[in-house]
Design a protein around this ligand. Structure first.
Ligand code: PHB
Length: 390
């Protein structure tokens, strides 16, 4: 080799070393475990959450807290029996830095238990299980969505105070979310002078409603309150209308009954009143820019689930920025989220001591393909966080 060639080779080697060193100083990618339903009745909800989360990451140049993001995905099938195995795969096998999930309350409770035991940061982008920010609350567990009590309590107030209904029948899937939604509604409704005269249930994710609709028709209550979501909500609202009940007994629910479902529910849902922490027609600059970006990225209109995914990424970014990407600094990470105002498309919110959003609950009315905002049912509603000691 000539001297000239040797020199060139050495220079190339030196440059390669510098490049490698520079690279080694960069923090490794942050591993985010997305544990969501990618099949079954809640499939569309899982997809919307993933879309929303990724949209926010992309808006930040693919990084949060200066770290590039790597995703590990698990389809939890909304199956609580598989939840502990699924979450432990993420924590122990994949060594994720943070877990984002899930939709189903029963699955989320198993995740919260594993997160509490391992200390892994968990951000819940939907499941409302009251226990997650109640008895199971922990410094490393946050929720970007709602507690089952929140929209349900607000609907109870609306049905009793504004709509002046006296006797209601409730109907839901029989699991934590449905039970808690019904008891939140009952609390608000009874305070407003109403009475829940019958509580009907079907097993999750069953959609055979006919016998129970016949029972409702015979009992003739003033109102029906229902908790269903995703594919099950589509079927329930259509069956309710097909039985002719929408003409005689108003159907109320938390907004999940009509969110992300209106294309499929069509005429059956028109005019329905629901309560939720998001609505169409908010017309704020923050919401409009979110909706425009979401529609451009996914050729779809966003729904509440997309917002919750987006805000999970916003909360994670706030924590990571405070520790410059070092999620091992748990106390500083949590403190940053605790004192933050999260600039959500739903309207800015902060988290309560138990790490659940304190937020306005909107009253919405179905108009065409929109859950149009008609007002604020309860302003700045905080979950009571019964049983949380932190
Ligand atoms: C829940 O299981 O907590 C749950 C599922 C779907 C929803 C809302 C709550 O839309």
């Amino acid at each position: 080799m000539s001297i000239q060639n040797t020199r060139t080779a050495l220079t190339a080697l030196a440059l390669a070393c510098i490049a490698t060193l520079g690279h080694a100083q960069q923090q490794p990618k942050l591993k985010v475990g997305l544990m969501l339903p990618f099949s079954g009745t809640y499939n569309a909800l899982g997809v919307a959450i993933e879309n929303g989360f990724k949209l926010r990451v992309e808006e930040q140049g693919g990084k949060l807290g200066g770290r590039e993001i790597e995703y590990v995905k698990v389809d939890d099938e909304s199956d609580p029996a598989k939840a502990t195995d699924n979450v432990n795969k993420l924590i122990k096998r994949d060594n994720v830095d943070v877990i984002v999930g899930t939709v189903h309350s029963g699955v989320a409770m198993a995740m919260a238990k594993a997160a509490k035991e391992s200390g892994t940061v968990l951000i819940v982008p939907n499941a409302g299980a009251d226990a997650v920010t109640g008895p199971m609350c922990a410094p490393n567990i946050f929720r970007s969505s709602f507690s089952n009590w929140q929209p349900a309590y607000a609907m109870g107030e609306v049905a009793g105070k504004q709509e002046k209904k006296k006797k209601a029948i409730t109907i839901t899937w029989k699991y934590a979310a449905g039970d808690e939604s019904v008891s939140g509604f009952k609390e608000g409704f009874e305070k407003a002078g109403g009475q829940v005269v019958k509580q009907l249930n079907v097993p999750f994710p069953n959609v055979e409603f006919q016998a129970l609709l016949t029972e409702i028709a015979a009992a003739k209550p003033d109102a029906v309150y229902a908790f269903f979501a995703g594919g099950g909500a589509v079927k329930f609202v259509k069956d309710y209308a097909a039985a002719g009940l929408d003409k005689t007994i108003p159907l109320y629910g938390p907004g999940f009954l009509t969110d992300g479902t209106l294309d499929a529910q069509g005429a059956a849902a028109q005019g329905m009143l629901t309560t939720l922490h998001y609505a169409d027609g908010l017309n704020t600059p923050r919401d409009t820019s979110f909706r425009t970006a979401y529609a451009k990225a996914f050729k779809l209109q966003p729904d509440v689930y997309a917002v919750q995914g987006y805000d999970a990424a916003q909360m994670l970014a706030i924590g990571l920025d405070a520790v410059k990407g070092d999620i091992g600094k748990k106390a500083e990470f949590s403190a940053a989220i605790e004192r933050a105002k999260i600039d959500s498309p739903r309207g800015a919110f902060s988290v309560s001591k138990s790490h659940n959003p304190v937020q306005d609950i909107y009253l919405r009315k179905v108009d065409g393909k929109e859950n149009k905002v008609v007002g604020v049912a309860v302003k700045g509603l905080a979950d009571p966080a019964r049983g949380c000691r932190m």
